[in-house]
Write a protein that binds this ligand. Structure first.
Ligand code: 6PG
Length: 267
């Protein structure tokens, strides 16, 4: 399915990060439920960073409803990107997810598709590409279609590990690529943006006043994906969802009575 010319953007604005986390937990459960109802399985790719952590903790909390509504048995969990560090390193996205979620929920090892950040970047990327091909049973040039991809956005407009002015922005044939990030003096591995855009549903979780200006640029400013890689995210479905807190949404058009805002972009 190729992306169309028009992108419909819907953003939920929550009063604070805790409310954002609750809305995100609800969104994970709803989207997972829809996928399982339709296909009997659900494949989700998650990002790291700090914003999603609170949502993962809510999904894992036995005192919260989402822990009991998530179809864990039918879930295959993947990552959007990973740092080139071992899985027990403080910087590891996997470690954050294990502590916030995986240690508390009933996922079997074969349901957890970890990016092997402990390996050399190119090897880790190639192995994850194979993992995607095998677990999605891809043939030829087929691309994996995730049911849901959860993204964050950095203050520099990056998403996944697609950082401004880095090589991965231009990678359109691989499913997974290693990406050197000079600004951080590091390497990452990341799903490529065509894979992210092929997902049935893509949503951003963004919080904090520091993201307000860049978010406004990404959503309403001129197209400049080299400088604003989050603009590469243009789901083939033609729909992009964001769950924001009030601080991050401060410079966006006002929301309706239900706390939802709407924007449209043309290619
Ligand atoms: C990572 C993430 C990255 C993250 C943004 C936002 O590996 O760090 O995949 O893309 O989503 O940097 O991070 P915060 O949620 O911490 O602001």
């Amino acid at each position: 399915m190729r992306a169309g010319r028009q992108l419909k953007i819907k953003y939920y604005v929550e009063p604070d990060p805790a409310a954002l986390a609750r809305r995100a937990a609800q969104y994970f459960v709803e989207m997972a439920g829809e996928a399982v109802a339709g296909r009997g399985r659900v494949r989700i790719a998650i990002s790291g960073g700090s914003t999603p952590k609170a949502a993962f903790e809510l999904l894992a909390d036995p005192d919260q409803p989402w822990r009991w509504r998530m179809p864990w048995e039918q879930l295959d969990l993947y990552w959007v990107d990973e740092r080139i560090v071992p899985p027990d390193h403080p910087e590891s996205n996997y470690r954050m997810t294990r502590e916030a979620l995986l240690d508390q929920v009933p996922l079997r090892p074969e349901q957890i598709h970890r990016m092997e950040g402990e390996l050399a970047p190119e090897i880790a990327a190639a192995r994850y590409e194979s993992e995607l091909r095998n677990s999605f049973h891809l043939e030829g040039a087929e691309s994996p279609r995730f049911d849901l991809v959860a993204l964050g956005m950095g203050e520099d407009g990056h998403t996944a590990s697609l950082f401004p002015h880095t090589q991965a922005i231009h990678e359109m044939s691989r499913l997974v690529t290693a990406n050197q990030v000079p600004r951080k003096d590091t390497w990452r591995i990341t799903l490529t943006w065509p894979v992210i855009n092929h997902a049935s549903s893509v949503f951003f979780l963004i919080a904090g006043v520091d993201k307000a200006a860049i978010l406004k640029e990404v959503l309403t400013g001129p197209r400049d994906p080299e400088r604003l890689p989050s603009q590469l995210i243009w789901p083939a479905s033609g729909i992009l969802t964001l769950i924001l807190d009030k601080a991050a949404a401060a410079l966006l058009p006002a929301t309706d009575g239900e706390g939802c805002g709407f924007l449209e972009r043309e290619r």
